[in-house]
Design a protein around this ligand. Sequence first.
Ligand code: SF4
Ligand code: SF4
Length: 358
Amino acid sequence: MNISEKSKGIIDSCRFCWMCRHICPIGNATGLERNTARARALGASLVVRGATKLKEISDNIYECTLCGACTNNCMTGWDPKVFIQELKTEIVLNGVAPDYIMGLIEKYQTTGNVYGVLACACLNDLVNNDSDVLFFAGQDAILKTPESVKNSIALLNKAGVKVSFGLDQDSSAAWWFLTGKTAETLSVATKTAEKLNQFKTVVVYDPVDYKLFLHEYKEWGIDITAKVIGFNEYLLSLIENGSLKVKNNGKAYSLQDNYAYARELDDTQTGRKLISKVGVVKDMLLIGKEANLAGQLIMAEYMPNVMTEVALNRWQNAINMDCKTIVTENPAEYLALKATTPDGYQVLSVEEMILENI
Ligand code: SF4
Ligand code: SF4
């Protein structure tokens, strides 16, 4: 199997403390021991040693969200996501991917996205190339939460910021998730970087895309010369410099820390600062770097029941602390929590929270 020495080292470094057993959102949802970082490493170890076939572990590799909760908590300081992504590349290149993954890849090849859907016609009027600030909504928002795109651009316009916007905004997050670092992933990323570099500033709505631009693109040697900034940071700067006027109504909001902001980009504060501009921060259980993932849209395509359970588990963390309004930072978690909202509770995206306080 063609995986790096780094991955082999990670696979073999576990100390069997089983901390990862309690923190994996998928393991917590399924109750299965195989859904832990360690169990995946054990499976990978068997493959590396020739004791089992790659195909035997391929389902389990695709049952990881890449949320990094295990990475954050592992006493060895190792990062299971590294070998998981390398294994995906091996799985796909060796033709042993599960049928449901091949189905998503084929859908992407035919339609340009894994969901096989078209962008909402309601976004057509927003397409323009008139500003040197690009609003990069990303594929998930464009295809799955078009209202978020409309609301976010409306909010930026209210602050006097005109933004360029296009319907073809693919960071390569889907290819990366499905196939790791393949030629297709790099090709999509390279084309996207060329588009971003036509602008002075790029405001990135989805933290998963933002993290990809800042981390993976750099690792892959793909240069982004435009100034790239996360949507939350950009909104906060507009409020702080007085361009966006908000009121503080004292309502309690609870942040659903997205893993990409909190764990990968080390930002657990911008979302909370935004809340404190319009209300009061009321934290639920497991926050910041310890936050539980609430949703992942690609996985919802092939394991919807488990992903519903993941969202319900996250709601339990809010219910236990009587947190009535959750504020999400990305489309996947917004949709997952929205679809499972208990009576008397509410989920808002960041822009919805700001809009209700203008
Ligand atoms: S937390 Fe790390 S060292 Fe402990 S069992 Fe999990 S993978 Fe192994
Ligand atoms: S990255 Fe997240 S989903 Fe994957 S094994 Fe670690 S905790 Fe579980």
